[in-house]
Ligand binder design. Sequence first.
Ligand SMILES: *Cc1c(COP(=O)(O)O)cnc(C)c1O
Length: 501
Amino acid sequence: METPDSETQASLSKAIACLQSKAPPSEVLPPTTAIVHARKALAPRLPSAGLGLQGTIRHLQEDLTPAFNESSRSSNYYGFVTGGVTPAASVADNFVTAYDQNVQVHLPNESIATDIEDRALSLLCELLDFQPEVWPHRVFTTGATASNILGLACGREYVIAEASAHRTDAENSVGEYGIVDAMHRAGIDKIQILTTVPHSSLSKAASILGLGRASVKDIGQQDAPHKFDTRMLKNLLEQSSSASIVAVSASEVNTGLFATSCLEEMQELRKLCDMYGAWIHIDGAFGILGRVLDDPQYASITNACAGLELADSITGDGHKLLNVPYDCGFFISRHRNIAARVFQNPNAAYLATSNGPDSIMSPLNIGLENSRRFRALPVYASLLAYGKAGYRHMLERQIELSRGIANFILESDTYELLPESGGSTEEILSGIYIIVLFRAKDEELNKSLVDKIKATRKIYVSGTAWKGKPACRFAVSNWKTDIKRDLPLIKEVLQSVADSS
Ligand SMILES: *Cc1c(COP(=O)(O)O)cnc(C)c1O
């Protein structure tokens, strides 16, 4: 066995130090009195007799729920990308619990649940302007992380098969033989994931799937890190002993920027990937919703979303911009045959599905889980309740508020909009989606900026880092967003923090 030499160890500790420095130290906000109370009230151990239903409800309502964060219940929560819950989705989610349907096996004569799930997914395709017939492998997941695992798993299966096609072994499969044997049969010694500004979950997915975090290669341009360095991309794709998955970040969490900016760029990417048998996966956790927009004032977003339909697989999140309750993501892929090769749940006679006249596949054979929650119903209900126009309007209001915040920051003497860029105010604002990244110009204020904003308890923002320094981030993702109500409050908070420094 090889042991890491001192050079490797030094670079490892450097990498770890760099990672740690990315999380800016912050003066911790004290817990609210509600949190202090709730922590004391938590059951210290399992009661032998039980509190009974009424006692438990009282405990939940009086002790615990006051200590939850506002999160999606408030439109003034701009942390992470949380989304909210539309009223239709909320009602539907209660039905999900009440009826407790298990959507693992398609049993068309026993429950309509899997039909609803398939329909919800095809309605989602329509919402996002993807032809449902072109995306026959579609499934709900727990979130975008799980969808990214599915994307890389399908990509891994596909690129190995492509590499084997040049040989004689047409039936080579990671699902069947495992990654080591399959790579050996394919004559491949590396699977690389070529990407720009990847979400952290992509590395996690690579780790889980045995590809390794080190297989994720960030090949962004020097002065535009979100965009592919096409020359480097070509060079890496050309390596004959490697198979490649190209992962496109369609809106990155820190900046909201998209990896591609027009149809032609996606066409170019597709052409390249076809030449080398590479798989294209899109991480569009919240960016994919940009495809509902059609007004020219959102041209930079609609152009960035153009051509995403040329990908092999796509990740989307339900609990973010779709505003359904947590525990909902989705995954779509063009390759139905790959789905079965990766996810089939073989040799379980008791789970055998009837072969109905429809084309609906049992969810357990096309996704991660067997038994699982009926995640589709809130999506189905919410899409039906608000329609394409409702969702378009929802996103327009979120973008409008984001651009309003960005405009305030551009005009302010205290704050600075990130990433720094030239151009007119109009040009800068037209590139804003639902993320606003900024910092205080004064270094001292900047160090405590996020805490000071949170300490007002009027709005909530997330801290992050930009070029080694702390930065602050708004993510506007709640269906309740209303610029007339929300922008004055945000301005008031940012101004009061500026004045107090
Ligand atoms: C949020 C996010 C993820 C992870 O999503 P979860 O729903 O938290 O699993 C992945 N990619 C991007 C771009 C995201 O914004």
